[in-house]
Design a protein around this ligand. Structure first.
Ligand code: NAD
Ligand code: UGA
Length: 465
């Protein structure tokens, strides 16, 4: 099928950047990103490019190049489905918070709503592309809904999971390690695959475009995230061992990473991984395996989550024990709230959970993050429903510069590896803090020798104590 118009449902962290790049590289195709969230669409259409709804280095340039030419953001969902030959579903698939599979399975209600809407309004054949991360076999459910509730037009389903990481999304989209496209083996399936391969071929070398069957594609996305997260839990488990033995986690990571069979990437010990996907996708994998009666497989992957939760609790507890077993009334300054640098995304950020534990201990937390708003920070902590909004506000406050945030603090905890933290005037910070002044470097970004020379007591992850 010749594709002239693409509609993407979901203008989030994936839909926005992905479609911006597809539009930039295919000026002959009109790409419209639609969403039910009017505020989000207005922000995508904002004249002021600093007001785009997500912060992602380089995104503003790509949007500026194509927006209004062949890239559009709209709330007119039905019209855009109707006029497009290819429709991407890029809506959120969070962990279920109710009913069967609560706390583990993926909540597919937004995906199902999209399928029903597509079926209801489509008057011509469509290729429907799963861009969201979905449990293996979801394509057959989508196909059923489309065929059973549709108007008699033909629907072909493709799976095209997204592998971008936030903070490096534009680079990841520009030079992807691979693009994965799963489809049916029949003639129509193969034609649909070809239509999508053609779109990516505008900038991705053919050998980096991998085509598979639907189920391999759906499952590979969950497995890729599970393997990545597993590496972090593995190195974090060793960080605890390092602290008890005098070994240094960064030295160990370097030593093992130089083995080409292991590789050096994704071996940075930290306060714990966060983000909207690792936990959700592993829980989903655990749930699928359990549902199939594969209990050992399920338990195996669940340990990645167990270890991650342990790591962030361990970090919070080490602050408590180092500060003489009481943080009540003490000020702890958080540098960073986002789940990683170069993003304003805070979903499942370790900072939220560490703050929650310290607030339970009646610590006063003052946060500085260069990209996260006060509103978002309060929303995140309230979301846990541990205590009332008023109580949270009593214990947590937000500053818009790091020097004010740590005035009279007893300790600084580094939760996000923002580059700007490395080059702060640490002498000035030290002078303004309560003594002894502690630094809990949850990202191991500071030069320990310099920091200790200034007078700080330094505690890194997996560092000799
Ligand atoms: P997001 O929450 O940022 O965006 C999803 C958008 O979909 C929201 O704006 C929401 O309003 C919209 N939406 C929901 N239901 C809708 C409907 N029925 N009609 C129209 N719009 C609707 O989510 P995201 O981070 O972009 O993730 C989307 C999917 O991509 C998820 O399955 C996720 O696992 C996957 N993924 C995310 C990343 C990432 O880095 N965030 C990377 C790879 C894959
Ligand atoms: C991750 C994957 O890297 C992407 O390939 C995938 O598309 C995406 O999830 C998704 O499906 O949503 P993302 O979560 O955006 O991307 O960012 P990562 O760079 O993977 O970092 C995730 C978390 O792990 C962050 O909290 C980060 O600080 C932490 N991390 C990462 C470590 O603690 N150590 C490391 O060595 C690497």
């Amino acid at each position: 099928m010749k594709i002239k118009n693409i509609c993407c449902i979901g203008a989030g962290y994936v839909g926005g950047p992905t479609m911006a790049v597809i539009a930039q590289k295919n000026p002959h195709i009109n790409v419209t990103v639609v969403d039910v969230n009017e505020d989000r669409i207005n922000s995508w259409n904002s004249e002021d490019l600093t007001k785009l709804p997500i912060f992602e280095p380089g995104l503003d340039k790509v949007v500026a190049e194509s927006r209004g030419r062949n890239l559009f953001f709209s709330t007119e969902i039905e019209e855009n489905i109707q006029k497009s030959e290819m429709i991407f579903i890029s809506v959120n698939t969070p962990t279920k918070t109710y009913g069967d599979g609560k706390g583990m399975a993926a909540d597919l209600r937004f995906v199902e709503l999209c399928a029903r809407k597509i079926a209801e309004v489509s008057m011509s054949d469509k290729i429907v592309v799963e861009k969201s991360t979905l449990p293996v076999k979801t394509a057959s459910a989508i196909k059923n809904i489309l065929d059973e509730t549709g108007t008699g037009v033909r629907f072909d389903i493709l799976s095209n999971p997204e592998f971008l990481a936030e903070g490096t999304a534009m680079r990841d989209l520009e030079i992807p390690d691979r693009v994965l496209i799963g489809g049916e083996k029949d003639k129509y399936g193969q034609e649909a695959i070809k239509s999508l391969v053609d779109i990516y071929s505008s900038w991705v070398p053919k050998e980096n475009i991998l085509t598979t069957n639907l189920w391999s594609s759906e499952l590979s996305k969950l497995v890729a995230n599970a393997f990545l997260a597993q590496r972090i839990s593995s190195i974090n488990s060793i960080s605890e061992l390092c602290e008890s033995t005098g070994a240094d986690i960064d030295e160990v990571a370097k030593a093992i990473g130089m083995d080409s069979r292991i590789g050096s990437k994704f071996l940075k010990a930290s306060v714990a991984f966060g983000g909207s996907c690792f936990q959700k996708d592993i829980l989903n994998l655990v749930y699928i395996a359990k549902s199939l009666g594969l209990n050992k497989v399920s338990e195996y992957w669940n340990q990645v989550i167990v270890l991650n939760n342990h790591q962030r609790e361990r970090f919070a507890k080490s602050i408590l024990t180092s500060l003489y077993n009481t943080v009540s009334g003490k000020k702890i300054c958080f540098f960073g709230w986002a789940f990683k640098k170069d993003t304003n995304d805070t979903r499942e950020s370790a900072a939220i959970y560490v703050a929650d534990i310290l607030i339970d201990e009646m610590a006063n937390i003052e946060v500085y993050d260069p990209k996260v708003s006060e509103n978002q920070i309060l929303k995140d902590i309230n979301y846990l429903e541990t205590r009332s909004d008023e109580k949270n506000k009593k214990y947590i406050s937000v500053m818009n510069n790091p020097y004010d945030a740590c005035r009279k603090a007893h300790a600084i905890a580094i939760l996000t590896e923002w580059e700007e933290f490395i080059s702060l005037d640490w002498n000035k910070i030290y002078k303004n803090m309560n003594k002894p002044a502690f630094i809990f470097d949850g990202r191991n970004i500071l030069d320990r020798e310099n920091i200790e020379k200034i007078g700080f007591i330094y505690k890194g992850i997996g560092k000799p104590q």
